[in-house]
Design a protein around this ligand. Sequence first.
Ligand code: 3HC
Ligand code: NAI
Length: 698
Amino acid sequence: MSDPVSYSVHGAIAVLCINNPPVNALSQAVRQGLSDGMDRAEQEDDLKAVLIVGEGRAFIAGADITEFGKPPMEPNLPDLCTRIEASPLLVVASMHGVTLGGGLEVALGAHYRIAQPNARLGLPEVNLGLLPGAGGTQRMPRLTGADKAIEIITSGRQIKAEEALDLGLLDKIEEGDPQEVGLAYAMDLIATGAPRRAISEMPPAEPVDWDAAHEGATKKARGQISQGAIVRAVQAASEMTFEEGMRHERALFTELLHSDQSKGMIHAFFNERAVSNLPELKGVTPRALQSIGVIGGGTMGAGIATAALLAQMQVVLIETGEEQAAAAKSRIVGNLQGALKRGKISQMQFDALTTTALTVAVNYDSLRDVDLVIEAVFEDMSVKKEVFAKLDAVCKQGAVLASNTSYLDVDEIAAATSRPADVIGLHFFSPAHVMKLLEVVVADKTAIDVVATGFELGKRLGKISVRAGVCDGFIGNRILAVYRAAADHMVLDGASPYQIDKALTDFGFAMGPFAVADLAGLDIGWMTRKRKAPDRHPDERVPTYIDRLCEDGHFGRKTGEGYYLYEAGARASAPNPKIPELIAAEQAELKITPRDFSDEEIVRRYMCAMVNEAAKVVDEGIARRPADVDMVLLFGYGFPRHLGGPMKWADLQGLPNVLADIERYAKEDAWFWQPAPLLKTLVAEGRSFDDLNRAAAK
Ligand code: 3HC
Ligand code: NAI
């Protein structure tokens, strides 16, 4: 392997070039290389400057995240940045690609910064549950002011070069080879006698209303703790000496690094990348994917078509009649107008996407040449089978035939064709052009290159794709049905839907289950309850009070009334006063004496139900690994990222504690709370879900 930091001399300038693919993370070897390079340059005669550059696609993407949690290794990053800044030589950083986290902290240790026009800078540590720990919170506000530094560091956003220049984070933007432009700039600085400029010696930022800033950041953070800590670190930069501020930053960084939240977020970081790397797909070539067909242009079909168009694919959409086709087209145009408004596409792209790239038709013959078809018609097995028989008749050999079904048996759908090996489930989430999750549902006979094509499509559409097996609801909807039932049981026993929603949003969920039900439409659950009633186990507890509301035509947000009341077009909602009355009536009928629930118990029961079902899903092979379940909940169901997912949460709680609670709940309702065999085995063997993740990665 080549040196992670190479050293070369160009006239009066030493060049330290970082070469640590793929993204020049600051591993121990890189830190050592930079430190040694600085020593060497300072010892040479006649050198006036040091230029730091990166090889490959980035300047430096930050600290090496794989080193977190391991014993610290010298030289540490804060000392390295201080050491760079203290050099008697003029130090210049020339940046390209991304400069993130510790990478930007190294650059802020330099005396001058130049970057390519398309370079992006940021301190994204917050996305790992951390704060910048190598001077970022101390140096940045001295350049940008405290308010801007707080905004940049608490959001973790990437800043474009132009903005960085305006903020004073960059001194110059120039296009060209990063080393060449860096050398030219350093020579200029030497020639003009530019002084060494240490940010640590600059005056601290003016104070702001720290408590208000802390409150604002904490509120936005929905339970994540690092945002508040960032404000306090920036405050320290204003109120303390630079050295004291650095110590304060370090103490906060270390505290966060040892928190469950950063463990959860680092778990999310690695697994959102690992989840689509299936060992069985190594060396398997996906089938062609230039054009896709979509059957049905309702909520999902229009969203899927939009996602494909935005990914530069040709789309043919089939509807049942001219009127439905026109409605489908207007849904897609509406979605694309949203993308245009948000600056995701230009007017020219919008025009091309809505004309040449999209065909809306009523005749299946238009699908003859497409490479992959996604069916998104009504959730009805007979309609799906009819559609697949038609696809079988018209689609070219080798075309992938996919269903977006939420619950139905993909094996049965595949059997409606003469080519079940080409059939797969591709389960998108609503709105399909926004939500990141894609469940790739592999049926009994699905060919391996069809699986690879499903994952390739996910990649092209920018999705997090997770392999799922066939069962009622696959990974996500199957687990949802169970934790949702746990919430329903708590309502019957005395917790109000509003207390439950609040307890869970306080915990970090984007929405509570009853607000979600209103959004999805109460009619869906009502129909499902009616469909399942004949086969229901006698011990299963299913509240029906909400059916009374549905019988009166109230289906949630779309009709203005559900668990909450909605004013026309308004998002704000108030609890529906009819709900407590309906609940009380059902409790009386069932002879239940309502009791109080603490928010903590609500969260615990909800989470235990989720983990227990998820363990069954893993045990049955429906999900490959516990971490796959975590990614499904994170990207499809609003699970708080700072908890890493339900399985990571369970590991951090201790599986014996989770099992003990489930066994305790089972004393009240043995049918619902049957402990998952996998959970019992892991507890008996003293192992964790993460042990299973590691075993699967080998
Ligand atoms: N450390 C270790 N590995 C890293 C890494 C890092 N900082 N950043 C990326 N990688 C790895 C990824 O895990 C991935 O590995 P894989 O191929 O085995 O899955 C590989 O590099 C390529 O990454 P991506 O697939 O994400 O490549 P992209 O081109 O899509 O994105 C990126 C590149 C924008 C750099 C993105 O990877 C990223 O955002 N990385 C994290 C950046 C970050 O959070 N930096 C701050 C670190 S914390 C810090 O610096 C603390 C300091 O303040 C003390
Ligand atoms: P929808 O009712 O909004 O749209 C269905 C569309 O299919 C209608 O426009 C209808 O005209 C069309 N259609 C019906 N039969 C057809 C046929 N034979 N040929 C062509 N078009 C036909 O339904 P929605 O919500 O888009 O759901 C579609 C599928 O996606 C269902 O299987 C559903 O379970 C699944 N799904 C739904 C999600 C959601 O949140 N709505 C999420 C994930 C999956």
